[in-house]
Design a protein around this ligand. Sequence first.
Ligand code: SAH
Ligand code: AVI
Length: 322
Amino acid sequence: MGRDDRSRPHPGIDPDGLASFRRDVVAGLSLPQKALPPKHFYDAAGSRLFERICRLPEYYLTRAELALTRANLRAIARFAGAGGALLEYGSGESLKTRLLLRAMRPAVYMPVDISASALRAAVTRLAREFPGLRIAPVAGDFSRPLELPRLPARGRRVVYFPGSTIGNLTPDEAQAFLKMTRGQVGPRGAMLVGVDLKKDANLLHAAYNDRRGVTAAFNLNLLGRINRELGAGFDLRHFAHYAFYNAPLGRIEMHLVSLREQTVDVGEHRFGFARGESIHTENSYKYSIAEFRALAAQAGFRGEKVWTDRKGLFALHGLIAA
Ligand code: SAH
Ligand code: AVI
């Protein structure tokens, strides 16, 4: 693979990106409970805002996962094995991955992300930091069948899915995703999945309602993106960020609440909003260790190892294809 291939995301994977974005937006805003898929948060501005969220004092997830990865790096690398292929879904800025790459020394690293800009920046940095590593980036949507570059036949395949991004899928979607990766890693394969643990609702509430308003900006940017890319007429001043922990369902819900009665045009479509009506923009499921292991078992994975941070906030599951 030439140098250019290393620094440029796989081209042409999602040629109808804009058309499918428009379809999702029109379909989602037509529902009785308006909803938008969270994967659309991540345009260039959204990815930058998410990187700021990761550094917020209230957003413990990134720090806890980094800490547990650092503290258990040898055991994690031993579990994953050396010299194989490391596939990462939702790689973003590939922050925690650097630790793994150094400890695991895979033959090939394949980051997959829907955000072409975040992927490009991460791959450029990684190519500089790991000059001998073969990097095969894929800019694409992991919720649909993806065309992945061929992986070398030798060595183990390990899928890395950190950050609790799996929590942004419904349990049914998470199970379907795990079944798909189970097929990708094959009989000897493994998976490392970062999962946010259930905890005090006040801590969860603070993590999604930070004082600086970065999470609010991240949420509202979705409407900004719809305006920019689909020529819509959302007035961001007339919507507010709202996030709460839905304990019976074990998830944080993020919404954008209409502050007044209003109509908004998206192309030729017109959508009405009552005052107080919301668009449901994200779920972030939290799983106990046992709950997540049960979910993984239904998808054909055995929960072999689990590492947590010292405060018991976050878990990294080591799964083996059963
Ligand atoms: N793994 C990083 C980033 C997590 S943020 C971390 O642990 O900090 C979630 C990432 O998943 C973002 O980079 C986003 O662009 C990506 N993402 C979200 N939905 C996706 C989808 N359907 N397909 C591919 N990437 C997706
Ligand atoms: C990427 N994902 C795991 C984040 C989360 O915590 O659910 C996205 C996010 N939403 C608001 N803050 C962060």
